[in-house]
Write a protein that binds this ligand. Sequence first.
Ligand code: UD1
Ligand code: M6R
Length: 678
Amino acid sequence: MCGIFAYLNCNVRRERSYILQVLFNGLRRLEYRGYDSAGVSIDSSSVSLPPLVFRQVGNIESLVKSVYQEVDATDLNLEESFVTHAGIAHTRWATHGEPAPRNSHPQSSGAGNDFLVVHNGVVTNYEVLKQTLIRHGFTFESDTDTEVIPKLAKYVFDKSNEESGDMTVTFSQVVLEVMRHLEGAYALIFKSRHYPNELIACKRGSPLLLGVKELTEESSKGSLFHDDKYPSQNGNPRELFLSSDANALVEHTRKVLVIEDGEVVHLKDGGVSILKFDGDKGKRGVLSRPASVQRALSVLEMEVEQINKGSYEHYMQKEIHEQPESLTTTMRGRLIRGGTCKAKTVLLGGLKDHLKTIRRSRRIVFIGCGTSYNAALAARPILEELSGIPVTMEIASDLLDRQGPIYREDTAVFVSQSGETADTLHALEYALQNGALCVGITNTVGSAIARNTHCGVHINAGAEIGVASTKAYTSQIVVMAMLALAIGGDAISNQARREAIIDCLFDLPNKVREVLKLDQEMKDLAKLLIAEQSLLMFGRGYNYATALEGSLKVKEVSLMHSEGILAGEMKHGPLALVDESLPIVVIATHDACFSKQQSVIQQLHARKGRLIVMCSRGDAAAVSLGGACRVIEVPQVEDCLQPVVNIVPLQLLAYHLTVLRGYNVDQPRNLAKSVTTE
Ligand code: UD1
Ligand code: M6R
């Protein structure tokens, strides 16, 4: 959803055109999250003039075009250079107010752009603040919740200067006071005409990172952090970046500070100072000075190549094809081959101290949304089988709507690629309040879910940029299968089963490599289906999840209606839809449900169903009804891991259908990568 990017060059001369390029490129790195408008703010030619703000509806390229048009019309000098300059930028996903330039960010305090703000998240008490500010003479131009923030900053600034009469209020004092009045979750960057070349970043709930790029040996030796005792020691050249997303930083620097909730990070004179917001609404904060904190920078474990498309045309295509590698990374260091007298085993570092508690729990509850929910559904049977603990499934929003029971004796497992999904995060808060042991399964180190769960496992699938989740899905299933093995322990009764699964895990990347060879076959199938209105997918057992996930992929990217159906429910309604034109995919790979699926195929065929059957290699004759059905043959693996293999042709089908139908594969209509609002 919304994305934040800021660039501050300190003690290094940069032309205006360069600064704009850095800001635009930052925004391009955030595009994948989903957005409908964008904006930037840079300085005018003189500090006595208000900062410039450009905002546009549509994609980044429309913003770039409109900025250059305005530059031409106003004779703004693109070659003018700045030794120090602070620019901010934003991609917006409309929540309060339609996509329109006036609703895009930066939002302003008013005509002179005294304070400008880019914002991710939602200010829940904005109506009250808006009414108060209107009473104090402010007029509002946008429908956003954000607009109250810069206006409140101006109000605080004017009032404290009026009271003290000496203009001594600092930028961070203004922001601390603003924060005292804000409710909700947010990440914010402030830019101000009164504090040129400074930026303030702060957050509560939404992610925000600071990236630091030292431009000389000297600057890397000097301290980054301002020290109260030795202020302004930073004359060295340095570039500072702020972003809601590591993807936008990694091409500039790997040295980052993950800003924590309540921190007010002040970038000034090439240095950084951090104040901790105490959140006490009772105290008037303008004149108080909270303690400063110093923190160590961490190193981003991300390669620039991860966020580039390489030789692929689309991120979704790249991410489907890199699954053999992402699965290998997911399992790296976690599968132990065993030896002559040692059993093969699984080691999940993040869970080893909690396994006893999990084994003692009364039930395991999987909680997630969309693809992450489907991955948990695929893993549920093996977890039940190996752990003997009842496993229930919850879609995060539904759990919250019902306020469903969660107990202290429960282990609640939160599955989320981004680790930021609002529904899942709120369900986590709810489960924490109810005293359950909370386990996270996430792809994003440092995400809210990774930080707020008691323990968990990072799936390590690498950055996933396509809105449609593909490689994260297969890595999530593998992690949950490993979770089942870890919880199941070393009971002799299922040792053979455990070893077979571990052997299969070792070989799984090769099997996925094999199934990826179906690419052309899936493209041919997509050509046949290109003009269809609807596509059904029937699965059961381990592959009920495959039917749900395959149809989710088809509907979200190719914009074709598709429904995943539990084959056992066929006669209870869906059978009425069957005729000779509606295409139906039946997943009938070889497992305990195979004969039941054969019977489903027979029944659908008897109603002249137009069938496409996915079967294990070698089973084509048994399922094709003498050539009446089109067949997709896939390699056979252990039943509990078969969903990892089976989903791949359906991902390819969704991808090709989308390209052939001419839709945007990586950013489907109306969807965002991280769904950070309820
Ligand atoms: C960790 C290191 C990895 C290193 C490995 C071997 C990190 C992030 N991972 O991986 O680089 O190679 O040790 O020494 O430094 N957690 C949660 N919630 C979640 C996800 C994770 O609380 O949703 C916690 C885990 O309980 C654990 C920590 O985060 O304490 C790291 O988890 P994970 O990366 O999965 O652990 P390892 O595989 O041991
Ligand atoms: O980041 P999460 O895994 O929590 O996201 C959950 C869903 O929003 C996500 O899986 C969504 O369904 C995908 N677009 C599916 O491809």
